[in-house]
Design a protein around this ligand. Structure first.
Ligand SMILES: Cc1ncc(COP(=O)(O)O)c(C=O)c1O
Length: 386
């Protein structure tokens, strides 16, 4: 049988997590916390099941949860979102991304993604019959090159896949970036899919700029969020998509035949949790910034340099003092010689440049971060600088 995605293998996250288990290495690769969730969330899940919320949930999402999401957007961004017409609960952000892409991209359409791009974007575009046009972020610092984006726009550009805070570049888009995007799209009917799963995780006093707050972008945008990230529980697999009514209608046409509806007890539990802890996202920036800073301080003087992440729960490790080789080979070396699993950036590129970075996940216990730093320091001392 001819494969529809012949070049797609197992994701780098799964590969590195499997290798970490085989080698009993510390896993700073895949983005998931290794600490406990708030026990209250667990209690609320159990209570929701005991209360009998165990049959199909409404297709669009539990009304109560959608109301709480609208209240969260109001508290966080001052937005007045209609939970009935503009909020859809999805199976994590992954399903929101997939369903939104299927809803708007058709055969022969193009979608622009910025490299390094989160790995689910391009396969979803291709399965919709479209072509993903990859525009690299500029070095140094993974900056948007808006002239290059202008050059990539054609009459077939149906969708722009935007992501801020950005995984894996660990950058946060500025208000000027959103203005530049809006200006480029003015007069076209190109839609924006804005992946904002790390909305709460921006550091050093920076602010998250959501497309939902942008006057020109909001009417043409899907914005995608993840309770897995916000509640430190990536296994929940509950996310949501906020979009104007017309885009939401199209999204739901796909969603209803993709997942139909999302775990009913989990939606009740999350709705109750948001009512009890409406501020739960607000502490995330300080929480993860402390972890980022702990890891950076512990590796000071190692020879690795760690350009301060602006956001996400990742931190890049620059290994250029140790190797001029490629990032996959260096990640493999760290796995074997330091017993630390990381994620190279090249799998996130269509045409990978030679960049000296691997990505570390800082959403780990302090003790895990300390042990990882000790192993990386010992590796650095043994390896010597090149
Ligand atoms: C940028 C980005 N988008 C989407 C996702 C997927 O989110 P979810 O786990 O809610 O499906 C992730 C998960 O790591 C991510 O980093």
């Amino acid at each position: 049988m001819a494969s529809k995605l012949p070049d797609v293998g197992t994701t780098i996250f799964t590969v590195m997590s499997r290798r970490a288990r085989e080698l009993d290495a510390l896993n700073l690769g895949q983005g998931f916390p290794d600490y406990d969730i708030d026990p209250r969330l667990g209690e609320l899940v159990a209570a929701a099941m005991q209360a009998g919320h165990n049959q199909y949930a409404p297709m669009e999402g539990l009304p109560l949860l959608r109301e709480r999401i609208a209240a969260k957007l109001n508290a966080g961004y001052g937005l007045a979102v209609d939970p009935e017409a503009e909020v859809t609960v999805t199976l994590g952000a992954t399903e929101a991304i997939y369903s939104a892409i299927q809803a708007v991209v058709g055969a022969g359409d193009e979608a622009i993604a910025f490299d390094p791009a989160y790995d689910s974007y391009e396969p979803a575009v291709r399965l919709a019959g479209g072509r993903c046009v990859r525009v690299p972020l500029a070095q140094p610092g993974f900056r948007y090159d808006w002239e290059r984006v202008r050059g990539a726009l054609t009459s077939r550009t149906r969708l722009i896949l935007f992501n801020s805070p950005h995984n894996p570049a660990c950058t946060a888009a500025s208000a000027a970036d959103l203005d530049a995007l809006a200006e480029l799209l003015a007069g076209s009917d190109t839609v924006v899919l804005s992946d904002e799963v790390y909305e709460h995780v921006v550091f050093d006093g920076l602010r998250h700029h959501s497309v939902l707050t942008h006057r020109q972008l909001a009417p043409r945008s899907f914005a995608v969020f993840s309770f897995g990230k916000t509640l430190h529980a990536t296994g929940l697999r509950v996310g949501y998509c906020v979009a104007p009514a017309q885009l939401t209608r199209e999204l739901r046409k796909v969603h209803q035949f993709n997942t139909f509806s999302i775990s009913h007890p989990l939606q009740h539990a999350i709705a109750a949790y948001l009512a009890e802890r409406p501020e739960c996202g607000r502490d995330l920036a300080a929480f993860f910034q402390a972890k980022r800073d702990r890891l950076r301080a512990a590796l000071e003087g190692s020879g690795f340099s760690l350009p301060a992440a602006q956001g996400t729960y990742f931190q890049l490790l620059d290994f250029s003092a140790f190797s001029a080789g490629d990032d996959r080979a260096f990640a493999e070396r760290l796995l074997n010689e330091a017993r630390v699993a990381t994620i190279p950036l090249s799998p996130f590129y269509a045409a990978p440049p030679r960049l000296p970075f691997v990505r570390l996940c800082v959403a780990k216990r302090d003790s895990t971060l300390d042990e990882a730093a000790a192993r990386l320091n010992a590796f650095a001392a043994r390896a010597g600088r090149s």
